[in-house]
Ligand binder design. Structure first.
Ligand code: NAD
Length: 306
């Protein structure tokens, strides 16, 4: 009998077609309530899941035939990895599918912040054409961008900034073994913070990276610095970010990820002019989503075919 792949939340056609062409049966959920997941997963060989379905201990133990839980996306916080591992079930994700689109999003933040796109847009729509002579933008060319975390995404941001915009790239990552030759690697985080005009965070969320950027770090950044976080909420102390933006300790910020998601609609950050926010959407381009669905499907095929 064909193996069954459980897909609690629908994915793009590319991933589904791949699985069907390889002879798998697909099973979809009515909703993502825990009771539904527990009932549905019983005879399934794999789960292909997005972030909104919580694959906890009870769901995993109900899946007696499960061999792999394949995450569409990178963060696997919605999966109880310890229990899956105990049960001999693989847990995979799709980091390669995401990297370029997130790096592009970071460059979009850098351009929008430096060119004051949201400020100009709002002013002109309110009838203020003279804003053009009151607020001048900044160039990217020749500026320093500090990339914290030189993994998949950080390296792509560094490349795009350097080759695309003629920026000087400073990097900080104590664990990386290969640093691109155009990156000036620093051994101390402080050096990056003090010298950069743009600072972009590309770290995993770990105990060691929790609030790695807080008041102390904002206080040593340049006054004209723009800070960007499209990594994970919690790496930045949000109350410190709020103070830094309110007090103009830094010039502005581009933020895709939040300590609490979804954030409260009355989050004070949203009332500030010098921040641009996106709803954890950096990875969600049409092309990125297609790639995630396909990569997640291929992981399943690889594991089930041994
Ligand atoms: P990666 O694992 O390839 O790179 C992370 C890098 O951080 C590694 O090189 C590691 O050595 C470095 N690092 C770890 N601890 C560090 C520390 N204390 N100081 C400096 N460097 C440190 O990860 P990636 O694929 O580049 O992803 C980076 C982050 O982006 C992750 O948190 C990921 O979850 C997040 N992400 C966000 C989105 C989004 O939608 N916003 C999408 C994809 C990934």
């Amino acid at each position: 009998m064909n193996s069954t792949i459980y897909i609690p939340l629908d994915i793009e056609k590319e991933g589904k077609d791949y699985l069907e062409k390889n002879g798998y049966r697909l099973k979809f959920a009515e909703d993502v309530h825990k009771s539904t997941l527990i009932k549905d997963v019983e005879n399934c060989d794999a789960i292909l899941t997005r972030s909104n379905a919580i694959i906890d201990e009870d769901v995993i133990k109900a899946g007696k035939n499960l061999k792999i839980i394949s995450k569409y996306g990178v963060g696997i916080n919605n999966i109880n990895v310890d229990i899956a591992t105990d049960q001999g079930i693989y847990v995979t994700s799709t980091p390669e599918a995401n990297a370029n689109v997130v790096a592009e999003h970071v460059l979009a933040f850098m351009l929008a912040l430096s060119k004051r796109i949201t400020i100009m847009d709002e002013a002109l729509k309110a009838g203020n054409f003279d804003i053009r002579q009151k607020v001048y933008s900044d160039d990217l060319e020749g500026k320093n961008v500090g990339v914290i975390g030189l993994g998949r995404i950080g390296k792509l941001v560094a490349e795009k900034a350097h080759y695309g915009f003629n920026m000087n790239v400073l990097g900080y990552d104590p664990y990386v073994t290969q640093v691109p030759e155009f990156v000036a690697h620093k051994n101390e985080l402080e050096d990056i913070l003090q010298e950069s005009d743009f600072i972009s965070l590309h770290l995993p969320k770990l105990t060691s990276t929790k609030h790695i950027i807080s008041s102390e770090q904002f206080n040593i950044m340049k006054k004209n610095a723009f800070f960007i976080n499209a990594s994970r909420g919690g790496t930045v102390d949000e109350s410190a970010l709020l103070s830094a933006l309110k007090n103009k300790t830094i010039a502005g910020a581009g933020i895709d990820v939040f300590e609490q998601e979804p954030p409260n609609t009355n989050n004070e950050l949203f009332s500030l002019e010098n921040i641009i926010v996106t709803p954890h959407s950096a990875a969600l381009s049409k092309e990125g989503a297609r790639k995630m669905s396909l990569h997640a499907a291929k992981q399943i095929d690889q594991v089930l075919k041994g």
